[in-house]
Design a protein around this ligand. Sequence first.
Ligand code: BGC
Length: 763
Amino acid sequence: MHDSEHAKPPKQLTLEQKAALTSGGDFWHTQALPGAGIAPVMLADGPHGLRRQPEGGDALGIGTSVPATCFPPLVGLGSSWNRSLVEQVGRAIAREATAQRVGVVLGPGVNIKRSPLGGRNFEYVSEDPLLAGRIGAAWVTGVQSLGVGTSLKHFAVNSQETDRLRVSAEVDERTLREIYLPAFEHIVTTARPTTVMCAYNAVNGTLCSQNRWLLTEVLRGEWGFDGLVVSDWGAVSDRAAALEAGLDLEMPPSGADQALAEAVRTGDLDQRYLDASARRVLELIERTAGPRAADGAISVEEHHALARAAATESAVLLKNDGGLLPLDPHAGTALAVIGAFAETPRFQGGGSSHVVPNRVDSALEAIRATVAHPERIRFAPGFTLDGNPDEQLVEQAVDAARGAAQVLLFLGLPESAESEGFDRTDLLLPADQLALLNAVAQVSADIVVVLSNGATVQMTPWQDQATAVLEGWLLGQAGGSALADLLFGIANPSGRLAETIPLRLEDSPSYLHFPGGDGHVHHGEGLFVGYRSYDTLGTAVAYPFGHGLSYTTFGYGDLAVTEAGPNRFSACFTVTNTGSRAGAEVAQLYVHQPVSRLRRPVHELKAFEKVFLEPGESTRVTLELDERSFAYWSPRDSGWTVDPGEFELRIGASSRDLRLRAGVRCAGTPRPHRLVAESTIGEWLADPVGGPLLIAAIKADLADSPVPVNLDGSEISAMAAALPLARVPAFLAGVTRAHIAALVAATEEARAATEQARAATEG
Ligand code: BGC
C-alpha cells in the first residue's frame, strides 16, 4: 500500500466524507477522498474473464470493454467438477485484474438453477448447493490468492430474471437453509470472499439490500463474514434502511450522500451504522491495495491455453452410441461440418458478464488444423444466426452431408435467446435448426450433434436422429479448439452434468410456480429442486444429474467406511480405469436417509472427487462426511438436526448410476428441542429425559386410571401419540394442568442437571 493511501479511522472523517465512502465515486470505483488520502478501488465484472470498462461504462454489457481472456462461463466450469482447475482460472483472472488495476472482480455467481428457464443460468454453477459452493469457493480462493478481491453474488435467491429488481421470492426457511443459502455459507466460511453482493430481489417481502436477517444476522452473525456488502448495481431503494440492515456500499452512486449525512444529524440513522460501513470500505481499500501497486503483465498465450484446457473439461459427452466418437484424425473419408456455430462460435452469454475476448477459436478452423487431410472437410452453415429460415442453406448442408462418412452438426441457442435481464419461455432448439437436423438425417446415419447453449435444451425427440451428442455449453474463447480436441480424441471428455436435463419443461419441479407474477414468486416446490425432485419422484429424465460419458470406462469397488467421530465418516473406495484410454472420472457420493422425521429428498450430493487415471490404473478415493452431510434444517429447532439412526452412502457416476452402497448409523444431534405442555405424548416418550419422567409420573399418579399407553412406553396407539400432553386432561379424569406443569418443570430441571454434568466432564 502507498503511504498516501493509509486509511484514516472513520472518526477523523466528516459525516459527509463517511457518507461519500459508502457509495461509489462512479460506475466502477469506490469514492476517492484525496484530501483524506483515500484512493478508490476499481471493481469490474467477471466472472469468467475480466470486463474492465473504460470511463462511463454501463452495467448491462452494452458498452465495450478492454479485451481479456474469456474463460468458460460458470455453466461450463461447474460441469468440470474440477476445483483445482477452477482455482487456476481464478488465478489467471486475478493476474488480468492486476494488470488492469482492478481491485475487485464481481463474481462468482452461485445462485441455484431453480428452473432450466433461468435467464442467467449460464452464469451460475448448478442446481445443487454443494457443487455450487465447492466450485465457487475454488474460484474465490484462486482470485484472492493473488490479492485481488471478489464479490460473491447475488445474495440471495436471485434465481430468475423476470421482474428481478422487485420480485419477492417467497421461500420457507428450511428451503432457504438447505438449498438457497449453503453455497454462500460454504464460500463465506471457507474462502472468505472480500465482498458479498446483495441481490436485486426481495426475499419473503424484504428487499435483499434492506434485509437485516440476511445481511447481518445470517451473513455476519452466523457465518462470521468480516468483509463488505456491496449492492448489486442499482439494487438500493432506501440507503439509510440498507445501511441499518447491513449493506455497506451502494453501487453505482445514486447521489444521496448529503441526505444520508443529514439523517445521522437528525437522529434518523444511528451513526454507528455509517461508521461501521465506512470502516469496511476503508478495509476493502486496504485489502485490495495489491492490484493498485502492481505492474502486472499477462501472457495471452498461456491464458488462452488454460481457457482451452478448462473448456475441454467443461463439455459433457451425453451420448455416444456404438463409440462413434472419437473420430479418427488420420481418416481420409469426407467429413461434413455443418452449422453456423462451427464457424462463428457461441461461447458466452449476454449482459454484464460479457467479456470482449482477446482471441476466438472457431471449431471449423480447429478441426481443419487437427485432421491429417483438411481437404476432406466439407463445411456448410446450414442456418443463419439471426434465425431467418433459408432453404438454400439447408440444401447446401444436405449436399455436404450426402456421402460424407460422418456429420458434425453444430446446433445451439442463438445469442438473443440467453441473456441477463430475461428468462426463457421454452427449452426448444430453434425450429430451423431442428428442420436442418431432420433434413441431414435423411442422408446420413452418423451424425454427431455438438451443442452450444447456456442452459439445458429439450433433447427429445430430435436426439434419436443423432448417434452422438456432445453438450458444449458455452465454452469461452478457446471452446472451438477444445471441441476439436474432444471430437478427435486428443482430449477425453470428463465434464459431468451440474444440472439435470429433463425430458420436458413440464417435468421441471418449479414449472407450476416459475416465474410467479404480481411481484411474487412462490417457491412451491420447496427444497425439491433439480434431481432432489426427479430422483425422489422417479421422473424419467433425458440425462440425470452428474451424468457424462468418457472414451474410457471406470470401475468402482472395495468400499470401506470408517467412523471418524459422532456423525462423521470417511468413505474410501477404489476407482479403476478399465478401458484403453487415459481419462477422468467424477466419483459422486450421495446420502440417503431411509426414515426421517421430516420429508427429505431421496438422496443428496455430499461429496465428490475428480480423478485422472491412465488405462488400467486404480486409485483409492477418500471422501469425508461431516455432521452437516447428514443433517436437515429443523424449523422447529431453528437449527441443523441429524436424526439418530440408519443412513445409506451411495457412490457412483451420476445420481442414477450408483455403484457402491454402505449403511452407516448416526448417533444424531442432541436435540436442542425443549419439551413443553404442547409437545405430544409421542414426543415426550421419544425424549431421553422427558420420556422416563412421563412414564414415572403415570405410574405414580395414575396407577388406577385407564391410561392410553403401555406403562413401559413400548407400545402406544398412533392416536394417543399425536395427543399434545396439554390436552390430556380433557380425555383423562385424574390428570390435571398442575400434573403437567410439574412434569414440564421436572424435565427442565433434569435436563439442566444432565447438561451441567456433561459440561463438567468435557471441561
Ligand atoms: C448484475 C451484476 C453485475 C453488476 C455490475 C448487475 O446488473 O446483476 O451481476 O456484477 O450489474 O455490472
